[in-house]
Design a protein around this ligand. Structure first.
Ligand SMILES: [Zn+2]
Length: 391
């Protein structure tokens, strides 16, 4: 894992609060590196110097800022430099990667400051997974930096779950797990625990990079989408929102793990066509990022399973675009890392989206890596923690 952020998400803070008070503006200006001293803050923010001094004093008191003498250059008194105490607020993010449960601690500077993971065998049931989650939590919470405020814990999940009841209903990795009450695992009722979709977390990063209506389509072990217009306007829908992998494809009869027959996933998902595409190199449960590197270099245009999958995915993407009419369609997952597959997808999509002569959505392959997705999960909770300290 790369501990250095490849995007300064803090540049975009705060995403959920459009109107900032002046104290928040001072803190964010220091956080973004726009100002380094009180006098720079006075000039840049057009706030009176006595008011700046009051805010800085409050922010120092809250231990959100630091103020240290800078290197002494030339004559006179050394000036004082403002900095941010990045570990003042941290968030714990749980995420499933292939067959393992990972937990990350993320700070205000978008750094992963701790990371633990444990493999969970495919036959794990509710009790086994509960124990794994609790052990991981107890172990990572020991790494909480001194003086840090733990803003909350986020479960960034795929599959089917209900964020209002905190229940993880189903995941194909652990078929014996059913309706797991995630909130119940944590005895401290004061501690904030939220469930969010991994795909929404990835979409958030895209929306922070460019704020316009975006449909993010994931094509990997599962097939699903997320849609949003801006960082604070991501569509949530019901408990299985966006799970288009279980749309029925006419004429198909293959058994799907959801219990139905002929779902889109039975002809397009990694779990169903992985072996037909990668032969013995395909190991069920292998990490999607690893599979992406294997797919990248292969010539697959003539592979019948690939051709059928591209055709069905193109149609599915076009149909979802008929619902949301996004400005951008971003596709993530291992298949589109193969240039031949991506070109075939784009060709098919363009043909199907010549619609009343209107311009079609801009197509791109998602470049958001897993660490960025983890930040995406952490941002809303970090913001909440920050907001409490900035009152
Ligand atoms: Zn299905």
């Amino acid at each position: 894992m790369n501990n250095k952020p490849t995007i300064d998400f803090l540049t975009h803070l705060p995403i959920t609060r459009a109107l900032l008070n002046d104290k928040e503006r001072v803190f964010l200006a220091v956080l973004k590196g726009e100002v380094k001293t009180r006098s720079e803050a006075t000039k840049r923010l057009s706030i009176r110097s006595t008011t700046i001094s009051d805010y800085v004093a409050e922010l120092l008191e809250a231990r959100l800022l630091t103020e240290e003498p800078s290197e002494h250059v030339g004559r006179g008194r050394p000036s004082l430099t403002l900095g941010v105490n990045a570990n003042r607020v941290v968030t714990i993010v749980f995420q499933v990667i292939s067959q393992s449960v990972h937990t990350f601690m993320v700070n205000l500077a978008a750094q992963i400051i701790a990371h633990e993971h444990v493999e969970a065998s495919p036959d794990s049931d509710n009790a086994a997974l509960e124990a794994i989650f609790l052990n991981l939590y107890n172990s990572i919470v020991m790494k909480l930096p001194a003086g840090a405020e733990l803003a909350g814990t986020v479960f960034s999940l795929g599959g089917v779950f209900d964020r209002t009841t905190h229940r993880w209903i189903h995941t194909s990795r652990w078929p014996r797990m059913h309706n797991l009450d995630i909130r119940h695992i944590f005895p401290d009722k004061e501690h904030s625990v939220t469930l969010s979709r991994t795909l929404d977390n990835e979409l958030l990063i895209h929306l922070l990079q460019q704020n316009e209506s975006t449909l993010l389509l994931h094509w990997g072990y599962g097939v699903g989408f997320a849609f949003g217009q801006s960082g604070d306007n991501i569509v949530e829908g019901g408990y299985a929102f966006g799970e288009i992998g279980h749309w029925h494809i006419p004429g198909q009869n293959g058994l799907c793990h959801c219990g139905q027959k002929g779902c889109l996933e039975t002809v397009s998902a990694l779990w169903s066509i992985g072996r037909a595409v990668l032969d013995d190199d395909f190991q069920a449960g292998d990490d999607e990022e690893h599979i992406a590197t294997m797919l990248e270099s292969r010539a697959l245009s003539d592979n019948p399973a690939v051709r059928q999958a591209v055709e069905q995915m193109t149609t599915a993407a076009s149909n979802v675009c008929r619902v949301f009419f996004p400005k951008k369609l971003v596709v993530s997952g291992p298949f589109v890392k193969n240039a031949g597959i991506w070109h075939a997808f784009c060709d098919g999509f363009e043909q199907q989206n010549n619609f009343f002569g209107q311009t079609i959505p801009v197509l791109s392959v998602s470049q958001v890596n897993r660490d960025l997705g983890v930040y995406g999960a952490a941002i809303p909770v970090l913001e909440q923690g920050l907001a409490k300290l900035l009152l």
